[in-house]
Structure formats: C-alpha cells, structure tokens
Design a protein around this ligand. Sequence first.
Ligand code: HEC
Ligand code: HEC
Ligand code: HEC
Length: 425
Amino acid sequence: MTRVLRIFGLLALVGIVAVAALFWIGRGSGDIPPASVDFANLDADQRQKLLTRGEWVAHASDCAACHTDPSGGSDLAGGLPMETPMGSIFGTNITPSKDFGIGGWSADDLYRAVAWGVAPGGKNLYPAMPYTSYHQITRADSDALWVWLMDQRAVDKPNKSNDLIFPFNIRPAVALWNALFRPDAEPFQSNDSQLQQGEYLVDVLGHCGECHTPRNLAYALTDDHLAGAVIENAYAPDLRPDALARRGWTQDDMVAFLHRGLSPQGVMTFGMFPVLSHSTSHLSNDDLTAMTAYLTAGHTMPGPQVRAPTDALSREGQLLYTGLCAGCHGDEGAGQPNSSVRLDVNTTAMYANPLNLIRVISEGIPERDLAQGERMQAMPAFGAMLSDQQIAQLVNYLRQRWGGRPGDVTAEAVGSAIEKRHTTQ
Ligand code: HEC
Ligand code: HEC
Ligand code: HEC
C-alpha cells in the first residue's frame, strides 16, 4: 500500500471514530496503582536492591535503544529519530537533568508515562514510545526503574522537536488514539513460573511485538500477535512457535542468538541489532531461557536442517553465487567460523518476505562487534555492481536452494525494495 493511501485510510478512520471516542477520553489515566515502597524512608540495603532491579528493568525494556543518539551521545540523553509513516519522532532526554530531562519527575509521573503514555501536565506521548506494550509493567518495576534513572548522570541536552505531518502534529489528538487502542489491563501478575516470566519479558518489558506484530492503518498493533511485520524498511519475522519450528530454531540456538547476536540460523541485522546491544546481551541465561520457553511453548523444535531445493535452480543464479558469494559463504553455504555466516540453514532466505535478503545483498553489512566479544567481518555491498535482475536471480537462488521458498521475486520487487541504490557510488 502506498504511503498516501495509508494516510488517507488513517484520516478516514480517525474521522469516523472521533465522535465515539470523545466519550472515552481520559478513561483509565487517572487511577494508578499506589507506589510500591516508601521512597522517603529507604535504608541503604533497600535502595541498593531497587538500583539493581531498576537497571535490570531498563535493560529488559530497552529504554536506551530509543533514548540514546546512535551517532554519538550520552546514554539516555535522547536524539534517536524514529521514522514512522507519519513523520519523524525523536526519543527524548530521560536523564535526571532538571531543565532538559526528567529530573523533576516523581515515581508516579514515570509510571504514568511508561504505562499510560501520559507525561506531567496531561501531555500525551506519541505511541512511538511503546507504552501500549509497557502498559502491564508492575508498579514495583516502574518504581525500581525510577530510582535507577534518577541515579544516572544528568545530561543537559535539549530535546529535538518532532517532524510530523498534519494531523499527527496535534498532540492532544493522541487522546483519541489512546481511547481506541491503548489496552486497559491490570498490571502483570506473575505466578513466577518460567512461562509467565517469559511472557512478561517478551510482551511487556521487551515489547518485541512493537516490531514483530503487524499494525493496522492507525499504526496500532493488531491481534495477530508476533505474526511478523515490516518496520523501518526491514522485515521483523513471524515469531510464533510453528513459524520458529519451521525455520529450524531450537530453544538453545535462540538463547545464543539473543545472548551474542549469532547462531546457526543467522546473525542480527537491521532493527534487531540495537535490541542485542542495549537489551538482550545484558540479560541472564535464566531470563533468556524464560523468553525462549515462552516463544517456543508447546512445540517440538526439530532444529536446523538443510532443505532440498524447491525447484530446478537457475544457471544465472548459480553463476552469480559461485562468482560472488561462495568465496566467503562456501559452495555448500557452510560459512566460515568468525568470518562469514552459514547460509544453508540461515533463516533470511526462508521468510516469505524477501526484503531483508534483498537489502543485505544490496547494502552489505559493515564490520561490527556483536556481543560477548563476538566480532563479524564486513559483508560487501553488491548494489552498485549488480542490476535489479541479477539481484533477483541471486535472491531466488538462495530462496529455492536453502529457503524452501519459490523463486518468484521479480526485478521490479527488488527495485522498489531499494531506494536510490544506483545513484550513490
Ligand atoms: C521504541 C522506542 C522507545 C523505547 C524502547 C522507549 N521509549 Fe520512551 N519515548 C520514545 C519516544 C519516541 C518518546 C517521545 C514521544 C513524544 O514525543 O511524544 C518517548 C518519551 C518518553 C518519555 C517522556 C519524556 C518527556 O520529556 O516527555 C519518558 C519519561 C520515556 N520515554 C521513558 C522511557 C523509559 C523509562 C523507557 C524504558 C522502560 C522507554 N522510554 C523506552 C521512544 C521509546
Ligand atoms: C567478503 C566475504 C563475503 C562475501 C563475498 C559475501 N558475504 Fe555475505 N556475509 C559475510 C559476512 C561476514 C556476513 C555477516 C556480517 C555481519 O553480520 O556483520 C554476511 C552476511 C550475509 C547474509 C546475512 C545473513 C543473516 O544471518 O542475516 C546474507 C543473506 C549474505 N551474507 C548473503 C551473501 C550473498 C548472497 C553474497 C554474494 C552476493 C555474499 N553474501 C557475499 C561475508 C561475505
Ligand atoms: C526494533 C524492532 C525490533 C524489536 C524491538 C525486536 N525485533 Fe526481533 N527482529 C527484528 C528484525 C528486523 C529482525 C530480522 C533481522 C534479523 O534476523 O536480525 C528480527 C529477528 C528476530 C529473530 C530471528 C528470527 C529468524 O527466524 O530469523 C528473533 C528470534 C527475534 N527477532 C526475537 C526478538 C525478541 C525476543 C524481541 C524482544 C526482546 C525482539 N525480537 C524485538 C526487529 C525487532
């Protein structure tokens, strides 16, 4: 769907529901659960426990990913632009700076912002801040997070203003959106079982669905929980148990993937990479085991298996692969430890949506550090060297040879997946 259509759809939707929604405004944002501790009378031991838990909450909920400028800047001082169909929204300064951050906020204020999307003075936050996912955060975790945030270094850095198109630049209009799409559930109550701990980490703190769940025309998450979605021009795949089993995941491999960014099924790329560096690489083995137990619940996970080709492979695709890729990834796609990844059991060619495969081949991946000391060499960019037709042949070759997918990707689909590819050298 084009951007214009999407926006018209959105406008229509907002118009139709506006009247009905007016009756709902303000619902639920008033009563918040009481503070979990008496902040005025904390002893050193209690305070230390809160700091430890607060740091864990900050990692598990990935606050730094959106509140830190990736082009260089202090942690939590803001500046990351998020591209949405409505324009750019900037993560804000959430250090305890009194003038530019949240230094003047109370623990109640933080809970209201994180769980309800409402800042002091009744200012509605845009749902690019994932409060619909955080909605069920426990008051105790929000309080620990507040103690930890207030203990961080204050950075006096002003916020950037958002660059949104009309009517999304009218902040109070978010109240309508909240009336329709913000959940109205009680804070999460866990019986401390591994599955529930995993659910809390994946769905509430980890907000994995913000990328992996499809959105509707109004940019709200749909009920197709974790069914896969395109976000910021990359495909965040289907994470439902049967899809994970089909792509050859095991629970252990997924723990490794979330811990160090790499497993036989592939390496972290695009929007998943910041999740590794700011969040999952800091979590314990128990946390990651709980998350993957929840994600794979009730399914047998057969593990990686090299598939038989789906069809006769094209000669052009074979020649391109042998000439350009096999030197690093191997004729049989076995990869080389510490320098290139396996492609024979790699999930990137298994997605119905070829977007990530097209982009990796075209744009390459810079040399980088993953986590736990794991390093990756660069994958060269082939966009300037290959035509859309040749990229399509390569994509189809990988899909058919190892992905269990049809070779139905056209040169046009490649062209539209990549913008301005041939204009830069
Ligand atoms: C996916 C990106 C993302 C994540 C993750 C995220 N935020 Fe935000 N946050 C934003 C954006 C974008 C805004 C600005 C929204 C706006 O302008 O309305 C924001 C706004 C805020 C505000 C309001 C600040 C102000 O001055 O009004 C607070 C407080 C906040 N976030 C705290 C947090 C905390 C704490 C976490 C972790 C639990 C977190 N955020 C995680 C994107 C994110
Ligand atoms: C110079 C060595 C080299 C060459 C040549 C090369 N690659 Fe790669 N490739 C890599 C490395 C290294 C990575 C992992 C980079 C990272 O994650 O930081 C990678 C990653 C990938 C990925 C991403 C896998 C994932 O798990 O997300 C795909 C797909 C891929 N390569 C396909 C190809 C194709 C197709 C070709 C030929 C057109 C090719 N590569 C040529 C080194 C190479
Ligand atoms: C900012 C967007 C974003 C968030 C948040 C996010 N993901 Fe992802 N995820 C992606 C993208 C894009 C990919 C595809 C690229 C890759 O494999 O690294 C991906 C890939 C994955 C994969 C690999 C699946 C496969 O078969 O290749 C797993 C597993 C995964 N994510 C789990 C999670 C979990 C668990 C969370 C929450 C803790 C999460 N993701 C949060 C964007 C995101």
